[in-house]
Ligand binder design. Structure first.
Ligand code: SAM
Length: 369
């Protein structure tokens, strides 16, 4: 009950004058419209703060523009901070310094997800041309792409894979589609004698991987440019001590759909060849699933999968469905030893479908193939 002093008119606090926050945002028509529009500006701001290494400092405690005055243009940082303050991701201290709000900590902590989406920006700028001209050839910003996926996957997926090996450490890892080399770096920090090698189609990715890993192992022979699908080619590029290592693991994080062309048969052929060339190797497979739009539509407010599937579609990547993966599993010379499923959704028939998953595959004994 609100008690008023009869001698003074009751002044409502600012908080009482405002409608509850949910009325402004969330599920209202206006809130949805604002959220849709906001992503366009918030994404490059958050991605850039992450890419310039500023988020780490912001996570540590209070900060102000002047913390970066020797390296960056203060007026641009001021505008970015004012914007983030006005959308509730920063708060301002009485000293004039900023700090992250809880929402800010969550969003800026996931800056890699923003970089990953932004790496496909050219496809969206070119959308009018893509609609009308077959010749339009936008490309992914690979530097942004590998940094973004490394940061995102390093938080969400890589630790889960390490849990698979709590009782049997690998002696070597070949990472196909190694991106910025973050998975191999984390693995090597964990298992210090681990032999490592990265393979990626992109020279930018291989260079990033070398920059990250060469100081760790004292050699630039840590990664090679090759198509992950060409098993014969990359397996020749891998140093002998890695390829013949007894507890070899081949990891493939979100790269299968880059070369699958949407074909389960192609993936079956790929796994069969990996088995031929590296018969002792276990395989870590991290993938996203092509979830039907009608399922995504049911829960779209809580999932970024519509955006992920859109940029995969526009850039011609062959994301497979969960059922296709289950079919592949039946046809390859591997057994499923462990799995983790992420962000499950329910299909119309009541089946749980993970938006993404990790499998640990173990080679079948030759007699069981
Ligand atoms: C989504 S990123 C994932 C990077 C890294 N695996 C991670 O999880 O952070 C996909 C990576 O696959 C690479 N890639 C694309 N097609 C490839 C192919 N055919 N063979 C090898 N790498 C490929 C890209 O250059 C990029 O580094």
């Amino acid at each position: 009950m609100v008690r008023t002093d009869p001698s003074r008119p009751h002044l409502k606090s600012q908080e009482e004058l405002l409608p509850p926050r949910g009325i402004y945002g969330g599920n209202t028509k206006r809130g949805k419209l604002v959220a849709l529009l906001r992503g366009y500006f918030a994404s490059p701001v958050i991605a850039t703060l992450g890419e310039m290494g500023m988020v780490e400092r912001m996570m540590e405690g209070d900060f102000s523009e002047s913390d970066w005055e020797s390296t960056h243009r203060v007026e641009i940082i001021s505008a970015m901070f004012r914007y983030l303050y006005s959308i509730g991701l920063l708060m301002k201290r009485t000293t004039g310094e900023y700090a992250l709000t809880p929402d800010g900590r969550t969003s800026l902590g996931r800056n890699g997800a923003f970089s990953l989406l932004m790496s496909y920006a050219e496809y969206f700028h070119e959308l009018p041309t893509m609609l009308t001209a077959r010749g339009a050839k936008p490309s992914v910003n690979r530097r942004r792409n590998v940094r973004g996926s490394g940061q995102l996957h390093g938080k969400k997926f890589f630790p889960a894979a390490f849990d698979f090996f709590s009782s049997s450490a690998p002696t070597a890892i070949i990472d196909l589609g190694c991106g910025d080399g973050r998975f191999l770096a984390l693995a090597r920090e964990r298992w210090t004698d681990l032999a490592i090698f990265g393979v990626d189609l992109s020279e930018t990715a291989v260079e990033q991987t070398r920059m990250r890993l060469s100081p760790m192992i004292g050699s630039r022979r840590v990664a090679a440019v090759a198509n992950g699908y060409d098993v014969a080619v990359w397996s020749e590029a891998v140093p002998e001590n890695v390829r013949r290592s007894p507890q070899l693991v081949i990891s493939m994080w979100f790269v299968g759909h880059e070369f699958s062309e949407g074909s389960a048969e192609k993936m079956v052929a790929f796994f069969s060849e990996v088995y031929e060339r590296c018969p002792q190797a276990k395989v870590i497979l991290g993938e996203i699933n092509n979830i039907p739009a009608e399922i995504l539509a049911e829960d779209h407010d809580l999932s970024i999968m519509p955006e992920f599937l859109l940029f995969h579609d526009l850039s011609g990547q062959g994301v497979l469905s969960w059922n296709m993966w289950l079919g592949i599993l039946n046809k390859i010379p591997y057994i499923l030893k462990a799995d983790r499923r992420f962000d499950e959704v329910r299909s119309s028939s009541g089946e749980q479908i993970p938006a993404s998953f990790i499998w640990l595959l173990e080679p079948k004994a030759p007699t069981l193939r």
